[in-house]
Design a protein around this ligand. Structure first.
Ligand SMILES: [Fe+2]
Ligand SMILES: [Fe+2]
Length: 283
């Protein structure tokens, strides 16, 4: 199963009613997708409760939700100093909205963990004790030292988040699949915001805030961390997740799609991407 690469930020294309909205208009109903769409169990009914999951899939869902929730809570800590120091009123409002969205995403991932009873609750309790610098992924242990860091983080790191969420879209675990659409729509705002911050800096410099050089330096700081977030190229876990119908792409496939998407975006701002092996920690 292949999903389209995210459209670049900008006005949405005109929408024409699809078969589902036509069906509703005519008094019909929309059938949710009930069967597993890819992997070894394709065609079989999705898993709907934590008790139904085979042991290794159960472990995988828990592990992925712990990492997911950790990134959501960590990014709140990173954004926090900018809530009342972002350059414009609108930027402050969007910062506040991003923080609220990330809190909701963390809650949503924890709700999935709660379904795993005591074991899930133990992970939630641990997650709530994590401070800056103690998070699982490097990108979430680095402070936003200047406003261009907020722009580059949202443009790159949130965009990787979107790829990770898209990989779960219509996955084999029903409760997780159903959490995706709202999270995805909120993340789209974050990455569009990041792009617009960098673009304004590159174009207007100090008239907006910061400079083109700062925007470029932040791209060099966050792009390598965002590429690392996809994980190791030969990850056994990612292959297992695909076989279980949980994720759609290998780490390397997703990383390549991401690079194809951001390359023209950065060029359109008159800025440059470092090479994909620059300052990498996870290959
Ligand atoms: Fe999020
Ligand atoms: Fe986000």
């Amino acid at each position: 199963m292949e999903a389209p690469v995210a459209p670049p930020p900008g006005p949405a294309p005109p929408r024409t009613p699809g078969p589902a909205s036509r069906s509703l208009k005519e008094g019909g109903t929309i059938e949710p997708i009930r069967e597993i769409l890819w992997g070894d169990q394709a065609g079989v009914r999705k898993y709907e409760t934590s008790e139904e999951l085979p042991e290794d899939l159960r472990k995988l869902v828990i592990r992925l939700m712990v990492v997911q929730a950790d990134t959501e809570f960590a990014s709140i800590q990173q954004h926090r100093p900018w809530l009342d120091s972002a350059p414009t009123l609108e930027d402050r409002w969007i910062e506040a909205r991003i923080v609220a969205d990330e809190a909701r995403h963390g809650l949503q991932a924890c709700r999935i963990l709660r379904d795993f009873g005591e074991e899930g609750q133990k992970y939630i309790d641990e997650l709530l004790t994590k401070r800056e610098g103690e998070h699982k992924l490097d990108a979430f242990n680095i402070a936003f030292d200047r406003w261009s860091d907020v722009g580059a983080f949202c443009c790159f790191v949130d965009r990787v988040g979107v790829y990770q969420l898209r990989a779960f879209q219509e996955c084999s675990y029903g409760p997780l699949a159903r959490a995706m659409p709202l999270m995805l729509s909120e993340e789209q705002l974050h990455l569009n915001f990041g792009f617009s911050v960098l673009k304004r800096m590159a174009k207007d410099g100090a008239k907006y805030n910061g400079s083109k050089e700062e925007a470029q330096a932040s791209i060099e700081k966050w792009y390598p961390r965002s590429l690392d977030m996809f994980g190791h190229s030969n990850s056994e876990t990612s292959r297992k997740a695909i076989a279980h119908g949980l994720k759609r792409w290998t780490n390397e496939e997703a990383r390549e799609r991401f690079i194809r998407e951001v390359t023209p975006l950065v060029k359109s701002m008159g800025l440059e991407l470092p090479s994909s092996d620059f300052d990498r920690h996870i290959l």
